[in-house]
Design a protein around this ligand. Structure first.
Ligand code: NI
Length: 176
C-alpha cells in the first residue's frame, strides 16, 4: 500500500484552475497514488470533494465523500474520466464552497439528480445516479475538470468581489 501524503491545494485565482483537463489514459501506480493523496488531502482540509487540477495535476479525476452523519462510515469515491449521462429537469440550489476558494460561499442551482459513468481505480466502468449533496458535489467537481469554478455561475460583480478578496488573501499568505 503506498503512503498517502497531503498535497497543497491551489488557490483561486490560478491559471491551472482554468484549464480543460485531458483524460486519464491508463490506471498506473501514479494514478492510484494520486487518488490516495487526493482523498487524504480532502479529508484533511476537510472537504467533501477534490478534483485533480486543484492539486496541480491536469487530468480528469476527482474524489468525493458526502457522508456527513456523525460517526457514519466514510464512503470515499474515486471517479476517473467521469461523464454525465443524464440530468434531471428538476433543479436544486445549494450553498456551495470550494477548497480552492476558502471561506466564500454562494448558492448555485444545478440539476437535482444526475446519472454518471466513470472508470474506477479497478479499471472497470461504473455507473450510478446521484442526488442531494452527492449530485451537487459530483457536478461541482466535474466542472473543475473543464476549468470551471462555482463562482463562474455567479454574476460578474459578485465573482469579481470574491476574486479580489482571494487575490488579497493570497498576497497575505505569501507575505507570511
Ligand atoms: Ni471546488
Amino acid at each position: 500500500m503506498p503512503r498517502m501524503s497531503i498535497r497543497p491545494i491551489l488557490l483561486h485565482p490560478d491559471p491551472r484552475l482554468k484549464k480543460a483537463c485531458p483524460p486519464v489514459t491508463a490506471i498506473t501506480p501514479e494514478v492510484a497514488q494520486l487518488a490516495e493523496d487526493m482523498l487524504a488531502t480532502m479529508y484533511d482540509a476537510p472537504g467533501i470533494g477534490l478534483a485533480a487540477p486543484q492539486v496541480g495535476v491536469l487530468t480528469r479525476m476527482f474524489v468525493m465523500d458526502c457522508i456527513k452523519e456523525e460517526g457514519a462510515a466514510p464512503r470515499p469515491m474515486v471517479l476517473i474520466n467521469p461523464e454525465i449521462l443524464w440530468r434531471s429537469e428538476e433543479q436544486n440550489s445549494y450553498e456551495e464552497g470550494c477548497l480552492s476558494i476558502p471561506e466564500h460561499y454562494a448558492p448555485v442551482s444545478r440539476p437535482a439528480q444526475v446519472r454518471m459513468r466513470w472508470t474506477g481505480l479497478d479499471g472497470k466502468t461504473h455507473e450510478d445516479e446521484f442526488d442531494g449533496l452527492w449530485a451537487t458535489c459530483a457536478q461541482h467537481e466535474l466542472d473543475h475538470l473543464d476549468g470551471k469554478l462555482f463562482i463562474d455561475y455567479l454574476g460578474p460583480i459578485k465573482r469579481q468581489l470574491i476574486t479580489r478578496k482571494m487575490e488579497k488573501f493570497k498576497r497575505e499568505l505569501a507575505r507570511g
